[in-house]
Structure formats: C-alpha cells, structure tokens
Ligand binder design. Structure first.
Ligand code: ATP
Length: 413
C-alpha cells in the first residue's frame, strides 16, 4: 500500500513528485486521469492525496468529493494555479486539508507531506533558527534562505548589520530572532529595543541594552523612529563597547541617511544597512495562511494545557478569503480570539473574527447590515459628509439617516 497518491495529468511532473516523495520516505504512486486515480485510490488506500485541480478531462473538485465520500479520513492537498485563491477556497469548503500553488518546488511538496503525515506542525512546537518561520510559499522559502545566508557565528565576531524591511506585522522581529538563533546566539543574548517608545531615559536605556546584548544581537525595532539625539548616543555606545553586539534593525521601508525626522545618521545607517532581508506581506503568500493558523492554534493549546483544536473546512476557507492588512500579527491575533471563542475544540467560521481583515472577493452573500452600512458610507462620501444630501441620495429622511448613523456609530466622513 502507498501512503501518497499524486494525481496530475502531466506525467513527467507526477513521476518526479513520486520519486522525490519516495526518496523522502513516503511510498507513493501516481495517476494521470480520473478513472485511473479512482482505481488507484481503492487499491492503495493512501492517507494523503495531492490532487491537481486542472485535470485534462476530469474535474479536480468532483474527484476530491468522490475521494472524501469513499474515505473521509483522507487528507487532500489541492494544487491550484497562481492567484487561484477562489479555487483554493472552494477546495477547502469541499474538505481539502490544504492547497499548494503550482508550479511548486518538489521540496515544498515534500514539506507539506511531512507536515500532514507526520503531524509535524503539531509536534514541532519548540522551533529554533529558520524553522521558526512557518510557511511553505516560495516567499517563505526565500526568507529562510536569506536568513541562513546572513547567519554568522556571533560569539566569535560581530555579524555585519542587517536591515529587515516589511509592512507592519509581517514577522520582521521573528526573522531577527531566527537570524540570531541561526548564528548560534544564546536566547538571553537576543535584546530588542522598541524605537517607537519616546522614553525620557532613552540614553540610559540604550546603554543598558547595548551592554546586555554584548556578543549577542541588539534588535532596533522601527529604527526610523529613534530620535536624532538617541541615534548619536547609540553610535557613541557602540564605538565604546569592548564587545559590541551584532545589529539588526527593522523598518517598514529602506532607510535614508541624514539628520532629522525619519532619517538615520550616516554613521549608524552604514553600520546597520549592510545586509538586508525583505519580508513580504501575508497577501503575497496566501499558502502560508493555513500552516501559520494551524501552528498558532497548536501552540496556544499546548501553552494552555488543552488538546489541539480542529479548524473546520469553513473556517479554513474563511481564513483564505480574508485580505489580512495587519499581516501575520493580525492572523495570530484572530486565531488567539478564535481559541477563546471555541468551546468544544472545534474552530468554525463563526469564530474567525479578525480586527481589520475583510473579504475582498467574497462569494458569500453579504448580510443586510453590511449592505446598509456600505450604502450609507458611499452616500456620505458622495455627499461630502452632508447628512441631508446623503439622505436624499438614499431616499430616506434626514432623521432616519441620523438614527442609522448612530446605530452603526458612523461619523459624517
Ligand atoms: N512565518 C511565521 N510563522 C509563524 N509565526 C509568525 C510568522 N511570522 C510572524 N509570526 C508571528 O506573528 C506575530 C508578529 O510577528 P512580528 O512581531 O515578528 O512582526 P513585525 O513585522 O516585527 O511587527 P511590527 O511591524 O509590529 O514590528 C508574532 O506573534 C510572530 O511570532
């Protein structure tokens, strides 16, 4: 019996996947069309099916349903085209466990097999180094490769400074920690300074942090917010330190040299911006959403001493549909909330309540309340905030609109 069945009409690719999976220790077989796939499934009873959505004559989604009717315990990973989130959402709703975007590297296919078959996402909670970065997208792979390439043994020498650039909540600090670990740094040698804090005693605080991070890593989070005075103090501290720390700075964009708001003193900038790492937004790596959600749910369950929760098909589909402007930080926050809301170890779509994320391409029917709110916002915008004019556009009285605005806590603009 084989553990994995690959269903793909591109024979060369299917064969390559099978031999790669076999070398990784997973007995595997392949089928190139629906009829042979069904026969193979019944004969081999695989635990995992990797199924191409676009099969020549056959419909991948129909085959998915047939497989799950035959054996609901089967884990199915749907292969979709680039940007085909709609297909991934439909596959999740139909019961797929995850999806992978084509063309996928053989290594990422093997990684998904490993995670699902060996249950590694749940088991491997104490991760260090680049393994801290969960995700199977090519962006996550590039991130891990970049971190590995910049790692240097930091007990022997000071590692050249590294700037980590990315939008809010993308995982810049996590990448910094991964780089520190990968350089052989001890946990206590990883020291973060949040430069957005305008502390009166910033000079003294920096002095303490530089000394605590000696031979370790000093992370300057959001360096662009450090005042010019504090930057000067930091430079002097680094120059005077007998064992200066390796520097990592994080920022939302690349930094420019200069004096004044948002600029970095050249002496400091040239120390920090030697190597760099770009961390993409979560919207650019949709295939990381479910592994991060699963991992976070498992971690919270472990930390609180209860069993690992199950995310339903609807919850998975909903997570994929949302646009996540707050990136991974918002996804983690949303899973934390879902863990509080669930009561029986099952996270359903109703428990997925993000703070700002919305469904930009939602094929679900919007609620009447959402429609009403949208119409009021649009009318107020068109009327430049004038309530009487907006009421006219909506065909209701001024009082009615006022009442509705109060109900939704809406302001005029
Ligand atoms: N790839 C990932 N896998 C697992 N967890 C992640 C990943 N990326 C980020 N996280 C988690 O998301 C949260 C936010 O990450 P982090 O604080 O590193 O973001 P940030 O970019 O530094 O945020 P900010 O812009 O606010 O400084 C943390 O809980 C972190 O552990």
């Amino acid at each position: 019996m084989s553990e994995v069945l690959v269903i793909d009409d591109e024979t060369v690719l299917a064969r390559a996947m099978v031999s790669f999976l076999e070398r990784r220790g997973f007995p595997s077989v392949y089928a190139v069309d629906g009829v042979s796939a069904k026969a193979m499934f019944q004969r081999e009873q695989p635990r995992l099916v990797i199924l191409d959505y676009k099969l020549n004559e056959d419909d991948g989604l129909e085959l998915l349903e047939w497989i799950l009717e035959s054996d609901p315990r089967t884990q199915i990973v749907m292969m979709t085209g680039h940007g085909d989130v709609g297909v991934a959402v439909r596959a999740m709703k139909a019961g797929a466990r995850d999806f992978i975007v084509k063309p996928a590297s053989l290594a990422s296919i093997a990684a998904i097999a490993r995670d699902l078959m060996l249950d590694e996402l749940g088991a491997g909670l104490n991760r260090t180094g680049v393994e801290r970065i969960i995700g199977r997208s090519s962006a996550a792979n590039s991130l891990r490769t970049a971190i590995t390439g910049l790692a240097r043994p930091c007990d022997r020498d000071t590692r050249p400074g590294v700037l980590i650039v990315g939008a809010a909540g993308t995982g810049k600090t996590l990448a910094a920690r991964a780089l520190h670990d990968a350089s052989g740094g001890m946990p206590e040698g990883f020291i973060c300074v949040d430069c957005t804090h305008r502390r009166e005693d910033m000079g003294a605080h920096l002095a303490e942090m530089v000394s605590r991070a000696a031979r370790g890593t000093l992370v300057l989070r959001h360096l662009e917010h450090l005042s010019e005075t504090a930057q000067g103090q930091l430079l002097a501290l680094l120059d005077d330190a007998a064992t200066p720390p390796s520097l990592i700075a994080t920022a939302n964009q690349y930094l420019s040299p200069g004096n004044g708001e948002g600029l970095i003193l050249p002496g400091l900038l040239y120390r920090v911006q030697v190597g760099w790492i770009d961390v993409p937004s979560l919207g650019e790596r949709t295939s990381d959403i479910l592994p991060i959600a699963d991992y976070t749910a498992s971690r919270i369950a472990r930390d609180n001493g209860f069993g690992r929760p199950r995310l339903t098909a609807e919850a998975r589909a909903r997570l994929l549909q949302l646009d996540w402007p707050g990136n991974v930080a918002e996804l983690v926050n949303c899973i934390e909330r879902a863990m509080l809301l669930q009561t029986d170890g099952v996270i359903d779509a109703g428990h997925i309540r993000p703070i700002t994320a919305r469904c930009p391409v939602d094929d679900d029917v919007p609620t009447l309340q959402e429609l009403e709110l949208g119409a009021i916002r649009k009318a107020l915008g068109m009327a430049g905030g004038n309530v009487s004019r907006a009421a006219g556009l909506l065909g209701v009285s001024r009082d009615t609109l006022r009442y509705r605005m109060e109900k939704f806590a809406l302001s005029r603009r």
